[in-house]
Design a protein around this ligand. Structure first.
Ligand SMILES: [Mg+2]
Length: 271
C-alpha cells in the first residue's frame, strides 16, 4: 500500500535537545562563578558546581512523565535544584539556609530553563527544507514523548506547528511511545491505515519498536555516531528498523524518488 503519512520524533531526531541542555548547564556554572563571592553558600556551590549539576541532571532524568501530570515541570525542577543544593551543602558540612537554598534553586532553574529553550536548534540545518518538500506529498505528524508543558514549549519555540499537519505529545495521551495506542491515534488523526504510515526516529526502544508493534509500513532509524547500534544487539525482532538513515535529507531519496508521486492540495500546506 502507498505511504500517505510520515511521523517524526522530535528530540534528537529534528532538534538537538541534549546539546541545548549542555549549554544550559554551562551557563548555570558561569552563573555560580559570578555569584561565587556573594555568600558562603554560593562559594560552596561554586566549588562543587560539577557535583551540583550532576545531582540535578541525574534526578531530572529519573523523573517519570506521569509525575509531570501531578505537578508543573517548573515546580518539579525547582524542587530538584533545591534538593541538589541541599545535598551538596550537607556533603560538604556547610550551613544550610532553607530560604537561601530555595531562592538559589529558583535562580538556577530560570537560567537553566531559559538558556536551554533559547539554544534549541535543528540538528541539521536543512531539515525544515526537507519537511517542506515531503509535505507537498505526504501528511506529516510530529509524535513526541514527554510532558505536555515541556514538549509544547519546545514545539512553540521552534514554530513546528507550521511544518506539520498534526502534533501529538504523549503527555496529552494515556501512553508514551512505544505503546501501540499512541501510534494508532497518530494513524487515525491522519485518516490513514497503519500500513500507509511511517515512523522516523532516533530511539530503537520507542520509535522503532513502537512503529513495528503498531504494524506501520516502515520504521526508519535515524542513526548518528552517538546512537549507532548493531542489528544483532536486539533479540526482539520488533526492534529492527526497516530502514536506516544518517541524515534527515536521506528521506528525500526514500520518499521522493517514486514515479508518479501524488501531490497534495496546496491549501493544506503552510510551509
Ligand atoms: Mg528522540
Amino acid at each position: 500500500m502507498a505511504i500517505k503519512a510520515i511521523f517524526f520524533d522530535m528530540d534528537e531526531t529534528l532538534i538537538g535537545t541534549s546539546l541545548a541542555t549542555n549549554v544550559a548547564y554551562q551557563h548555570t556554572k558561569e552563573h555560580l562563578h559570578e555569584k561565587n563571592t556573594s555568600s558562603l553558600m554560593m562559594c560552596t556551590l561554586y566549588k562543587h558546581a560539577d557535583k551540583l549539576i550532576e545531582t540535578f541532571s541525574h534526578s531530572l532524568n529519573s523523573i517519570k512523565n506521569e509525575e509531570y501530570k501531578l505537578q508543573s515541570p517548573r515546580d518539579i525542577r525547582i524542587k530538584l535544584w533545591d534538593s541538589a543544593i541541599k545535598r551538596v551543602l550537607i556533603e560538604n558540612n556547610a550551613t544550610i539556609s532553607f530560604d537561601e537554598s530555595l531562592k538559589s534553586a529558583e535562580d538556577l532553574y530560570k537560567i537553566w530553563h531559559d538558556t536551554r529553550l533559547n539554544n534549541l536548534k535543528m540538528l541539521e540545518p536543512t531539515s525544515l527544507e526537507v519537511l517542506c518538500k515531503l509535505r507537498k506529498h505526504y501528511k506529516l505528524l510530529l509524535l513526541t514523548n514527554g510532558s505536555s508543558v515541556v514538549q509544547w514549549e519546545k514545539i512553540k519555540t521552534l514554530n513546528f506547528e507550521k511544518y506539520f499537519d498534526y502534533v501529538l505529545v504523549s503527555g496529552d495521551e494515556p501512553y508514551d511511545k512505544p505503546h501501540p495506542s499512541i501510534f494508532q491515534k497518530a494513524c487515525s488523526i491522519c485518516h490513514c491505515l497503519p500500513d500507509e504510515c511511517t515512523m522516523v526516529g532516533d530511539t530503537i526502544e520507542t520509535d522503532i519498536k513502537g512503529a513495528n508493534d503498531a504494524k506501520l509500513a516502515m520504521s526508519i532509524y535515524y542513526e548518528r555516531d552517538c546512537n549507532k547500534i548493531e542489528v544483532d544487539h536486539y533479540d526482539d525482532p520488533s526492534c529492527i528498523p526497516s530502514h536506516r538513515i544518517n541524515s534527515i535529507s536521506d528521506l528525500l531519496k526514500i520518499f521522493m524518488s517514486k514515479p508518479n508521486i501524488e501531490v497534495r492540495a496546496s491549501e493544506t500546506i503552510t510551509c
